[in-house]
Design a protein around this ligand. Sequence first.
Ligand SMILES: *[C@@H]1O[C@H](CO)[C@@H](O)[C@H](O)[C@H]1NC(C)=O
Length: 524
Amino acid sequence: MMHCTMRTGSVLIIFVAFLIALSKCSRLLIVFPMMAPSHYNLGSSLAKGLAEAGHDVTIIAPYKEKTIPKDWKYREIVLDGFLDRKEKEQINLFDFANTPPVITLFGMNGLGNEVTDLTFAHPNVQKLLKDKNEKFDSVIVEQFVNDAMKYFAYHFNAPLVSFSTVGANAWVNPLVGNPAPPSFVPEIFLSYSSRMSFVERLKNTLFSVISELNRHLIFFPAQNRILHKYYPDAPDLKDLLYNNSLILLNSHVSTNPPVPLLPNMIDIGGFHVKPAKTLPKDLKDFIEGAKHGVIYFSMGSNIRSKDFPEKMRTNLLNVLKSLKQRVIWKFEDENLPGKPDNVLISKWLPQNDILGHQNVKLFITHGGLLSTTETIYHGVPVLTIPIFGDQKMNAAQMVLQGFAQSIYFEDLNYENKIRNALNEVLTNPKYAGIAKQRSKIMHDQPLKPLDSAIFWIEYVIRHKGASHLRIAGLDLAWYQYISLDVYVFVSSVSILIALILVKLCKMICCKKTISKTDKVKKNK
Ligand SMILES: *[C@@H]1O[C@H](CO)[C@@H](O)[C@H](O)[C@H]1NC(C)=O
């Protein structure tokens, strides 16, 4: 433990270092297997934050850092080969723009099972798990259709921290027993905000039932099979699922609607964002030379703008050409035929530093959660073009909050739809004003989100898994949790009493008529 912060020097320094080491230094395993830059961005930001704070960090991920400070305890277990697979597939993500949510749901099963299997099968991972000398004080696992990976925490007998890359959703809520009424908590694959019409609530409720059934009948059994294929002696998945000490959520009330959160669910949304740095000279000159401000346009790290169908691209270019603003577009080809003079294209752009520049007036985005968080951090209003995953829900929420306009993929076939939405955000000062308010909400917190993450990870280690935070509801059967048994009992008793009353009434009424007829007889 001591090696974390010890330096040679006077006895006093050693003693202080010893105290710091005792109180702070833990060995942490961070598992972020998804082959997506945005996921790695989150995992590595957390890992680096923990290393910076003096912890001894091991991260399992398909990516690695370019440089690591010498004084960090930072080990990378790289899932090499994962990215080659992704490159080979070369999926055009625009093909998913109209995928029905139920198909997405089942598609995620396949993706999750593949990543889980590949991770367990990876020689670097197997080597780590076979090594008897490896010890960790806590294991932090990305929660992304990979529940079998909770086994890592069991294997190392360390408190499990699950990191939800998409806020509190149906993947994590049931694991800790967090209430999430479908009446106001939208499912991530639908396109609703927290305020739903009757029909939307109906669909949201049905979808939540389907997704729960999918998990219990299809997904968890498959994950359990994969786990036991590699670790036959592992406990059943259901014994691992509900043993989370802490849930870290990539959400915050500035970006997401407020929802119920249990004491062991901690919002750390925004933790990956850093204050903007100075831009490279060409970008800086381009932005500062724009008299009417700059629009930044990026479809994120997964979707490629160069894959826009030609008609849509032409429409976009026609609209951008007619603007007085300058535009910076993340575009993955060297050439963009018909590129107007006010548009700068580049394959890679320092998004956070661009959004942080005062002269950037609008962000055209796919509405991924990281882009959403970054734009709120810097207070930039947006036009969203959501394509898949949680993007439609994020877009609906931004529109509800009032700093965004949203258009769907098919709308890009109509030049005037793009133009109208863009002009609305550019000319109506309401959007920029609300974006600034949202930014203030994000920055107004008792602890910086990264510090909060570090505090809570250390907390569950200090309290040996912090089982005092576990709610009693987790030990109930699902029908007890929602009090279905109570409702059934009360309704049965009510029905029984009603039946008895009806019977009694009938008897009394009958008696009366009998006695009446008796009287009539007697009078005769
Ligand atoms: C559940 O977590 C606790 C605390 O970290 C640990 O002691 C226990 O072994 C875990 N059980 C399973 C089945 O993972």
